[in-house]
Structure formats: structure tokens, C-alpha cells
Design a protein around this ligand. Sequence first.
Ligand SMILES: Nc1ncnc2c1ncn2[C@@H]1O[C@H](COP(=O)(O)OP(=O)(O)OP(=O)(O)O)[C@@H](O)[C@H]1O
Length: 261
Amino acid sequence: MTAKVKIKIEDVTKVFANNAGEHQQALASVDLAVYDNEFICLLGASGCGKTTLLNLMAGFESVSSGTIFIDDKPVLKPHPQYQTIFQNYGLFPWRTVEENVEYGLEVKGVSLEERRAKAAGYIEMVGLEKFRNSHPHQLSGGMQQRVAIARALAVEPEVLFMDEPFGALDALTRFRMQDEITRIWQENKQTIVFVTHDIDEAVFLADRIVIMSPYPGRIKTILPVPMGRPRDRTDYDFIKIRDRIFNEFELTVKKELDYYI
Ligand SMILES: Nc1ncnc2c1ncn2[C@@H]1O[C@H](COP(=O)(O)OP(=O)(O)OP(=O)(O)O)[C@@H](O)[C@H]1O
């Protein structure tokens, strides 16, 4: 059985114009198929167009040429079934955790009783039952990001776009969030497109890693990660894949030592 393509990117370019009228090509001839239920990481150095590509898929920006399809329909604007989670959480500071998580359901016109019940389930999924009535400023960064994840999941999206969602977190919280998003993805089976510049994060999370290069942004290599889950960051296979990526970025030290005197 062949997997169903969820997102199809065909020969996409993106050119931005700055205030001086100069053009900057952020993306050049990008082709990519993302399969249903797949976890894809877009990996690359700053400026290689990861966020631009994500914003095009999510419908926040429009392509300069080429086409992006989700479920065979061209992406023209954001869609409630495709949720985006940002690095800065994007929570409403005046709303409690519960009210934040209910937001998308409220927009959809779901009754108060039903959205309370649904929100409670997702708040429990991210382990924040005790903080249901807290406001975002009373929570740590990791907890706020969990609220953002619960809020996105509450509308039962088919696709989750995540733009460096754990970038502002300390290393240990980041590991915990990586465990958590893996578990949530395994339970819910959405399609996830996750932007990161952290090589270990990509190897820990992705089914396939899309390695991008800059000036202009393009796909350099697509690397499958044929490892089960949960993944062990100290495992031999993990380190082997990580080393391959270091090689792709030419970050390995060449050991051409002369041993004679
Ligand atoms: N709105 C914009 N106007 C003009 N240029 C832009 C705009 N957005 C992005 N760019 C340019 O497009 C290129 C790609 O930017 P993008 O933010 O997509 O890269 P990135 O890989 O996500 O980088 P980072 O990891 O730093 O977020 C950069 O050269 C950037 O300056």
C-alpha cells in the first residue's frame, strides 16, 4: 500500500521585495511531498527559508510561483484544520489556560458545555489539569508551550505546523517537550511539519528530515530516520544519523593528521 500524500509542494519559489524595491529570493524550485501522518522536520541554518516554506504551507504567505496542495486543494489562505504553533506561544494573556484551549472551539461555534469537556481532555493530555484556571504569565515557558499545543489540538487539526516551538526553552524542558510531542503525535496521528535548526531535535522527532541550504533557500537533501520510537539520544543509530547530518553541513573535522616527525 502506498502512503497518501497530504501536502504536495510543486516547483515553489518565493521572492520578497524590500522597501527599496530590491528583490530577495527566499526559496527556489522547492518540490516536496509530505505523507499523511508523517512527521517532517525542516532543518537548516538561519536564512535558508524554513519559516518561509512553513508559512507558505500554512497559507500565511502566498507563493511567487509554483503550487502547494493540501489534500489536493491549492493552499490559498489559512485553514482551521491546519494549525500553527509558534516559538512565542501566541497565547491570549487575558484568558485562563482553559479559555485559551477553548478558543478555536469557540470560533467554530461549539457550545460552552462541549468545549469545556473537550478542553479538559486536551489540558489533561499535556498535564496541566492543576493550572486550568491560571493565566499564561503564571506559567513557565514549557507550560505555556503545552497550552499552545493543547489549544491547537483541541480543534482536532489534520496538520500541525510548528515553527521552532521549543526554541525558547532550556535544554531539559526541551527534551521533555520533544518526548511529549512524540507521544501526542503517536496518539493523534496528525501530519506534522516542524521547523528547527537543532540537529538532535530533528533526529529525535522526524520520520524524514528535509535539509535546506540558503541563498536562495532550497532543499539540499531529504534524509529518512528509520528508527522506532521512543528514540534514545545515545543510541548508535541515532548518533550515526546525526553524524551524517553533520557531514551534510560540513561540520565534521577532517582528520588528516601527519604522524611522522
Ligand atoms: N517578509 C520578508 N521580507 C523580505 N525578506 C524576507 C521576509 N521573510 C523572509 N525574508 C528573507 O527570506 C530568507 C529566508 O528567511 P526565513 O525566515 O524563511 O529563513 P529561516 O530558515 O526560517 O531562518 P531562521 O532560522 O533565522 O528563522 C531570508 O534571507 C530572509 O531575510
